[in-house]
Design a protein around this ligand. Structure first.
Ligand SMILES: *Cc1c(COP(=O)(O)O)cnc(C)c1O
Length: 357
């Protein structure tokens, strides 16, 4: 049976968006391809509140995370981790021979501006990575406060992982001074997995040009230069199918209105949080709770696997915990095109299955 997905990616994709994936191919070195990529870039700039260039990558979000840390670290990277995805960024640095240090928070706790200040004050780092929304713990980091600190260090390239939050909550890239803001299609954007997108500042470009070994496929300078040289084309063959669907989905997003979209996500988040507090507990402190997914502490020691099996019979799917949190938490995503009514329907069925009524 087809299940409605309440997992933090991939999400259920609207039928009309899915249909766009089956649009017939065009040559990727044609004017039409340029028009398509330019159209996506213009709309992504609105969604990210930025004037910076937009780079696409035929990969999932991880590709651009690896590309960013490798392409733009000249001296040493400070990687701030609040869970699985910050840890992954550190592993990418190591695997690429990029000098890096990791600054971890306790699971369920945020990266604080004080932590960032302490690291940057050493003068050792010229790039930092922050996870905006940690999908394992359901933490949304205080990015405005962190940004205030980073602004004091103009030589530092600010990389932000917004894979599970962009298009679900407002991330004003230019106001925050984010140099590289990274996302991918299968979470709040509401598309199938397979395309990554980032904003790329002039400062990041200038930094990257000083780095000798940037690789090639995920070299952000190569992606950037191709856009300039070939009028919004891609160095290799991009996933045109994703591009059609993304261009269309961005129109749907603008039709809903960005403020409305962010308000819908917040409304769903508040509903799930209050449900979680009533029947279980939340892993994140309320102040740092994510607007796009909720990680619930499994205080009743239910079998999440059994719950998901029973949900599956009714056509729904939620997510168990991630990594070390596998059995002690479960996660409910409320992202992309999900509605409050669908969330209510899901929680109602969970209550029935668990006899919580
Ligand atoms: C899903 C996710 C990633 C990985 O993205 P992929 O598109 O699967 O490569 C990275 N960071 C966060 C916060 C995520 O939620």
């Amino acid at each position: 049976m087809q299940k409605k997905l309440f997992i933090p990616g991939p999400v259920t994709v609207a039928e009309d968006v899915l249909e766009k994936m089956s649009t017939q191919m065009i040559g990727h070195r044609t004017k039409d391809a340029s028009v398509l990529q330019r159209s996506i870039s213009d709309k992504m700039r609105k969604l990210m509140y930025t004037k910076n260039e937009i780079l696409l990558s035929t990969s999932s979000g991880s590709g651009l995370m690896e590309g960013a840390i490798r392409s733009c670290t000249r001296k040493r990277a400070a990687v701030f981790s609040v869970g699985a995805f910050g840890d992954r960024w550190y592993k990418m640095a190591k695997a690429n021979g990029v000098p890096a240090d990791k600054f971890s928070s306790e699971l369920g706790k945020p990266t604080t501006p004080e932590m960032v200040e302490e690291a940057l004050a050493t003068g050792k780092y010229d790039l930092i990575t922050i996870t905006h929304n940690e999908t394992s713990t359901g933490i949304m980091n205080p990015v405005e406060e962190i940004a205030e600190v980073v602004k004091k260090y103009p030589e530092v390239i600010f990389c932000l992982d917004t894979v599970s939050s962009l298009a679900g909550t407002k991330i004003p890239v230019d106001e925050l001074g984010v140099d590289i803001c990274i996302t991918s299609t299968q979470k709040c954007l509401g598309l199938p997995p397979g395309l990554a997108i980032c904003s790329f500042s002039q400062k990041a470009l200038d930094a990257a040009r000083q780095v000798e070994n940037r690789g090639l496929y995920f070299d952000l300078v190569d992606l950037y230069d191709y856009i300039q040289k070939k009028d919004y084309q891609y160095p290799s063959t991009p996933s045109l199918s994703h591009m059609y669907a993304l261009d269309y989905q961005l129109d749907r997003i603008m039709e809903e209105g960005l403020d409305n979209r962010f308000a819908r996500h917040l409304e769903m988040a508040k509903y799930v949080r209050s449900w979680a507090n009533k029947h279980f507990e939340m892993l994140a402190e309320e102040k740092y709770a994510s607007n796009t997914l909720t990680t619930v502490k499994n205080t009743k020691e239910i079998s999440v696997k059994d719950l998901n099996n029973k949900l599956g019979e009714k056509g729904y799917m939620i997510s168990n915990g991630y990594g070390d949190l596998k059995d002690v938490t479960f996660r409910i995503a409320h992202m992309a095109d999900t509605t409050l009514d669908e969330i209510k329907e899901l929680l109602n069925i969970i209550e029935e299955i668990l006899n919580l009524k």
